[in-house]
Ligand binder design. Structure first.
Ligand SMILES: [Zn+2]
Length: 140
C-alpha cells in the first residue's frame, strides 16, 4: 500500500472503517443482511463519526449509503466541515477494501465542504480532493 500522503490519523480512520464494516456485516435485520460497507469521517473539529450502509433488502432506493449515515451522525452533532472521509467494504477477509464514493454520496459530501477522500489510486491508497472527484461543483 503506497500511502506516502496518508497520515497516521488517516490510517487509523481506515482501520476504524474496516472494524465498523466488520461489525455490521454480521448483523441481520429480520433475517436479511443489510450492511457491508462502513464509512468514517474526520471533521475539521477533529471528531470522528462512523456509520454503516443500511440496505433495504427489497427496495434499494430506500437504502442509505455508509457515507450518508456517517455524515448524518456528524450533522446531528453540530458538525458542518469534513476534513477526510473513507468508505470500506467488507464481505470477508478475501473480499474487502476501500471503495470510492458513488456520485450521489459525492454530491451529499459537498454539503460538508471540500474534504479529502481516501480512494484506491494507481499506486495504492491516496487522498483526493472532493472537487477533483466532483468537477464543476465549485458553486454548489
Ligand atoms: Zn454512495
Amino acid at each position: 500500500m503506497a500511502n506516502q500522503d496518508l497520515t497516521d490519523q488517516d490510517l487509523k480512520l481506515i482501520n476504524l472503517a474496516k472494524a465498523t464494516a466488520k461489525k455490521y456485516i454480521t448483523e441481520r435485520w429480520e433475517g436479511d443482511r443489510i450492511s457491508s460497507v462502513a464509512a468514517c469521517v474526520r471533521m475539521k473539529s477533529g471528531q470522528v463519526y462512523c456509520g454503516p450502509n443500511i440496505k433495504h433488502p427489497h427496495s434499494s432506493p430506500s437504502s442509505l449509503d455508509a457515507e450518508n449515515t456517517a455524515l448524518a451522525v456528524a450533522y446531528a452533532n453540530g458538525e458542518r466541515e469534513a476534513e477526510v472521509i473513507i468508505a470500506y467494504h467488507y464481505a470477508d477477509e478475501d473480499h474487502q477494501g476501500v471503495v470510492s464514493p458513488c456520485g450521489q454520496c459525492r454530491e451529499f459530501l459537498r454539503l460538508f465542504g471540500d474534504p479529502q477522500v481516501i480512494v484506491e489510486g494507481e499506486k495504492g491508497l491516496e487522498k483526493r480532493s472532493l472537487l477533483e472527484l466532483l468537477p464543476n461543483s465549485e458553486n454548489f
